[in-house]
Design a protein around this ligand. Structure first.
Ligand SMILES: Cc1cc2nc3c(=O)[nH]c(=O)nc-3n(C[C@H](O)[C@H](O)[C@H](O)COP(=O)(O)OP(=O)(O)OC[C@H]3O[C@@H](n4cnc5c(N)ncnc54)[C@H](O)[C@@H]3O)c2cc1C
Length: 509
């Protein structure tokens, strides 16, 4: 079953007439970006992929320009008679600029080496530069505009109806946001994890359910294939996932094994050229809307965690089905259900990664997934803080806006400070991942801190809203319901503390 409408061109007017192929969008959606001058009526429609290659092109152009001799150096260039005549008036007694002096050439060389050394130091220094790159800012701002214009208007209705937002996801896919971090070779947009985290924060600012959809689709199912898949598997399965043509689900948790995931019961037995899968998975995000799944199963029970392997299973495979959507506290428009496998036969080639390495690869998948979950936490915490500030300025009690009370202002200040701290943890983990370094501890720290903060910030925001905050008239009660999931999914807070504790001991003892 194809993902609805993804092959259609994006000329449909969606719920609020947002149309990513129209010129209008080039003037509004990307108004803050230099790419606005591009013609977004191009045949393919606008996409993040176009944008990133444009950014790269622009960066290369700027670098090339930088490498050209500057106007000043041209003026001073010794061999140019036109610009550097031998006139004593223009070239007084300055030996430094005199072209024929060998001595001067040597000192210039020395000088330029010193400059290079300084540049090297500066380059090393950039690892502690907190500025976002132009690309990162543009992706964040583009997503912010999209969320304001398209996501925010229907968020309360979606929470109430619990409908999966197919149309919004389709637009995100068309813009390249459903495979942001994946290789362009396999349909992704090839942007860095920092940009991904910033984009997820922006979505979660208004709609954490949608952020969960994008983050889990990108990091779990697609992420596992990106980490462990063969070239053929990536071509066949990662490409439609990264393009957002199909949605992906990832099955680790079972009714009897959550935190202790390696205690799973689902089995995979090789029978000729096929694997036969039996068992079930629970709480699977995109469980009913997904079309490609990565599922973990025991292939050799005697080997414990090293006897677990990963498999790619497509929707529609005989013996594979899903249960009804689970009724949840929050994250209502994210799709969650059980998966069932009854003598489900899949080709031998659908083994993902090495036999027995599924659980080891899962740990890497979760590192990456936790950065996304942590970014959702930052988005909810920021939303709580911003909504609280707005409301506290509007609400007058005792003749003055409640914001003027120190008790209220300090709550908001604490939310702001902690949100900034959470964002820094997230971006540090993302940055380490982008640098190819180990970031397990940092990802767990970011996830732990930001998920607990999201719940606390939402609670404070409700308190600041008083009775109104307890109603569905305001966003903050939804923030609280959505936030709670972050302390549970992809490893509970207790599990994060176990991971961090273990790694701290390893580092220090
Ligand atoms: C909305 C939603 C979406 C999800 N999406 C997915 C998905 O896409 N794919 C997937 O595979 N899973 C998914 N999950 C499952 C999720 O990852 C698990 O719920 C989570 O890992 C916890 O497992 P559990 O629910 O079985 O809780 P349990 O493991 O039973 O834990 C219950 C409680 O005991 C605590 N606990 C357990 N062991 C210890 C210990 N040793 N020390 C201290 N405390 C402990 C836990 O922290 C928790 O508080 C999703 C869950 C939800 C709710």
């Amino acid at each position: 079953m194809g993902y609805p409408g993804l092959n259609q061109k994006s000329t449909i007017n969606h719920q609020n007439n947002y149309n990513p192929t129209s010129v209008d969008i080039s003037q509004t959606f990307f108004s803050s970006c230099f790419v606005k001058s591009l013609d977004f009526q191009a045949k393919e429609g606008f996409s993040l992929r176009d944008k990133t290659s444009t950014i790269r092109f622009e960066a290369q152009r700027r670098t090339a320009k930088r490498n050209q001799p500057s106007t000043i150096s041209k003026i001073r260039h010794p061999t140019s008679d036109i610009r550097h005549p031998t006139s004593d008036i223009r070239h007084p007694t300055s030996d430094i600029r005199h072209p024929t002096s060998k001595k001067i050439f040597v000192s210039w060389k020395r000088f330029s080496n010193q400059i290079k050394a300084v540049m090297n130091v500066l380059e090393v220094g950039t690892t502690m530069n907190f500025d976002l790159s132009e690309d990162q800012k543009m992706i964040r701002d583009s997503m912010r505009d999209f969320v304001e214009q398209v996501v925010k208007p229907g968020v309360m209705e979606r929470d109430e109806s619990k409908e999966f937002p197919h149309e919004v996801v389709k637009q995100l896919a068309e813009m390249g946001f459903m495979g942001m971090v994946h290789d362009e070779k396999y349909g992704g947009s090839g942007v860095d994890t920092v940009s991904f985290a910033l984009a997820i924060e922006e979505i979660a600012r208004w709609d954490a359910s949608l952020a969960l959809t994008v983050a889990s689709h990108t990091s779990l199912c697609s992420g596992h294939i990106a980490i462990a898949g063969t070239h053929e598997q990536k071509l066949t399965f990662l490409t439609p996932l990264a393009k957002g043509e199909k949605l992906g689900g990832w099955g680790l948790t079972e009714p009897g094994s959550g935190s202790d995931a390696s205690g799973m019961k689902t089995t995979a037995v090789l029978d000729g050229n096929e694997w036969v899968i039996n068992g079930s998975k629970i709480f699977i995000t995109q469980g009913s809307v997904g079309e490609i799944f990565v599922v973990l199963a025991v292939t050799d029970r005697s080997k414990g965690a090293k006897g677990i392997s990963a498999f790619i299973i497509e929707k529609g495979t005989k013996g594979f089905s899903h249960g009804p959507k689970l009724k949840k506290l929050g994250m209502n428009s994210s799709d969650t259900c059980e998966l069932y496998f009854e003598d489900c036969r899949i080709p031998k080639e659908n083994l993902l990664g090495e036999l027995g390495m599924g659980f080891i690869d899962t740990m890497k998948v979760l590192d990456s997934g936790r950065v996304g979950i942590a970014a959702i936490g930052v988005g909810i915490a920021r939303g709580s803080m911003e909504e609280a500030i707005k409301y506290a300025h509007e609400r007058v009690q005792f003749g003055t806006p409640i914001y003027e009370n120190q008790a209220i202002k300090w709550k908001v200040v604490n939310m702001a400070v902690q949100t900034e701290a959470a964002r820094l943890l997230v971006l540090k983990a993302a940055c380490l991942k982008d640098q190819g370094k180990v970031y397990t501890k940092e990802a767990s720290m970011a996830k732990l801190f930001s998920s607990e903060l999201a719940t606390q910030a939402a609670l404070e925001a409700i308190q600041i809203h008083g009775g109104y905050g307890y109603t569905k008239e305001y966003h903050v009660e939804r923030f609280l319901r959505d936030a709670k999931l972050l302390e549970i999914g992809e490893g509970t807070s207790e599990v994060q503390r176990m991971v961090i504790g273990k790694l701290l001991a390893k580092e220090l003892i």
